[in-house]
Design a protein around this ligand. Structure first.
Ligand code: CMX
Length: 443
């Protein structure tokens, strides 16, 4: 057993009695109430999911296993001369709650490298996609095609004990995660740089550096990739991609089905696709102003025009956050250090100074502050990844780290099939109306 898997096993054994006790001793204790607004309004804020991998505070932002993003970036081991930590170290942290030592991450990098071989049929599936297909549709199908490799399915058919579900799920999850950057880079090269042919991975490189190598990018794109995958990894359980992954896996569908489904959820413009929408929206503004940074009044007019035409401002607002997203701030700090004079960065920064006040005046969005997607495309564009349709694939590679970690723990703690109850509009009306109103409406 690898060091990580051994440690994980120990943590699972330690954790199980906590879940058992909660269920046995406090199973019927009420911890929250549900309002009509929440039922109609997409279940906002209903405390009905459990995860220890990450927690999202509305005012502070995300914490991974109790660590803020700044702490994660500071504490996780790094390659020599690197600014950003190894992505493999984050997987270790999310699974165990512990910051790994340098040698533990190095072991894991070797383990990941051994799992990188992608069957040829995956390339065939990608190659067979018709032109103009969206990279997220291709990614989802490529992951789905790998389903036949599932260890979980083989073991399940052989009659596996429930207590062992986590073990083959760990194997499936780590196998898939190791392959995700290769699949992403292959899609990129096929769609936008077919002249490059098939680039093979470099076994001497870690997750982020190998991705940069396969994308044909020099330093500091290795750090850009590490930063990108780490900050997008998890955002607790209720967001569309994480929740979809969890929901699908709860029926004991294997991680290939669950990850493909989470990719499909991430591909919507209100969620992960917003990073592509931000760049599309920014390009509209840049074209309008012929690349010359507009005045504050011109910016305001552009923002109002978008709002008045009934569209959302991409990259702003959030279902949970009520302040500037720390994932935005991490990327902004990277931009200030590495690309302070980048023209698009200047546009993004200028918008930061006008959009929140406008959204407040507009009076609809509960959170007028920027989210992760407002900033992420700018970094990619600066380093030559200008094909913004591809940005959500990068998000998906990162998000798979958190979703897969969660699924392993879901299996370890025996979380059941997810199955909430729905009601009809008639039932809801009856629940809220007083007896008098009911008899009145009956006449
Ligand atoms: N621009 C304009 N209107 C916005 C807005 C924005 N950026 N954010 C919210 N609103 C509007 C909503 O559309 C909603 O309008 P209606 O009452 O007409 O339906 C109203 O304000 C209230 O919405 P909310 O409760 O503040 O936000 P939700 O929880 O419903 O939605 C989100 C959250 C992210 C979908 C929304 O803020 C949005 O559409 N933002 C722009 C898209 C975006 O950046 N998405 C990426 C989020 C991060 C991620 O998942 O990657």
């Amino acid at each position: 057993m690898s060091t990580l898997k051994e440690k994980l096993h120990k943590k699972i054994i330690e954790h199980r009695p906590r879940t058992t006790k909660l269920l046995k001793d406090y199973g019927d204790k009420v911890i929250a109430k549900v309002t009509v607004e929440q039922v109609i309004g997409g279940m906002r804020g209903i405390k009905s999911l459990i995860t220890d991998i990450s927690y999202l505070d509305p005012y502070e932002g995300i914490r991974y296993r109790g660590y803020t993003l700044q702490e994660v970036l500071k504490k996780l081991p790094k390659a020599k001369g690197a600014e950003m930590p190894y992505v493999e170290g984050l997987y270790y942290l999310l699974l165990t709650g512990e910051i790994p030592a340098q040698n533990e991450v190095e072991d894991l990098i070797i383990d990941f490298n051994n799992r990188r071989i992608v069957p040829r049929y995956v390339w065939d599936v990608i190659d067979s996609f018709p032109s103009e297909s969206h990279p997220m549709a291709i990614l989802s199908a490529a992951v789905m095609s790998l389903e036949r490799e599932s260890h979980f399915n083989i073991k399940y058919k052989q009659g596996m004990n429930k207590k062992d579900y986590w073990n083959s799920t760990y194997e499936d999850a780590t196998n898939l995660l190791a392959k995700m950057p290769l699949i992403g880079a292959y899609i990129y090269n096929k769609l936008y740089h077919p002249e490059r042919g098939h680039r093979y991975p470099d076994p001497s490189l870690d997750f982020g550096a190998n991705f940069a190598y396969m994308m044909g990018k020099d330093k500091p794109y290795d750090d850009v990739s590490r930063m990108y995958f780490i900050i997008h990894a998890d955002h607790e359980s209720g967001n569309v991609s994480a929740h979809t992954g969890h929901l699908v896996a709860s029926s004991l569908s294997d991680v290939y089905y669950a990850t493909s489904a989470m990719i499909n959820g991430l591909a919507g413009p209100l969620h992960g696709l917003a990073n592509q929408e931000v760049l599309r929206w920014l390009q509209g503004l840049i074209d309008l102003t012929h690349g010359k940074l507009p005045s504050k009044d011109e910016l305001k007019a552009y923002v109002w025009k978008t709002l008045n035409s009934g569209q959302v401002i991409p990259g702003y607002g959030h279902a949970v956050l009520r302040k500037t997203d720390p994932r935005y701030t991490v990327q902004r700090e990277f931009c200030l250090k590495h690309l302070p004079n980048d023209n698009i960065f200047k546009y993004v920064d200028a918008l930061y100074n006008v959009v929140p006040d406008i959204l407040k005046e507009h009076g609809k969005a509960k959170n007028p502050w920027p989210n992760v997607d407002a900033q992420s495309g700018v970094v990619q564009w600066h380093y030559g990844v200008t094909q913004y349709d591809f940005y959500t694939v990068l998000f998906a590679i990162g998000r798979s780290i958190g979703v897969l970690s969660n699924i392993i723990w879901d299996r370890a703690l025996g979380y059941p099939l997810e199955r909430p109850k729905s009601i009809t509009t008639n039932m809801l009306e009856e629940m809220v109306q007083s007896k008098e109103e009911l008899s009145h409406s009956a006449h």
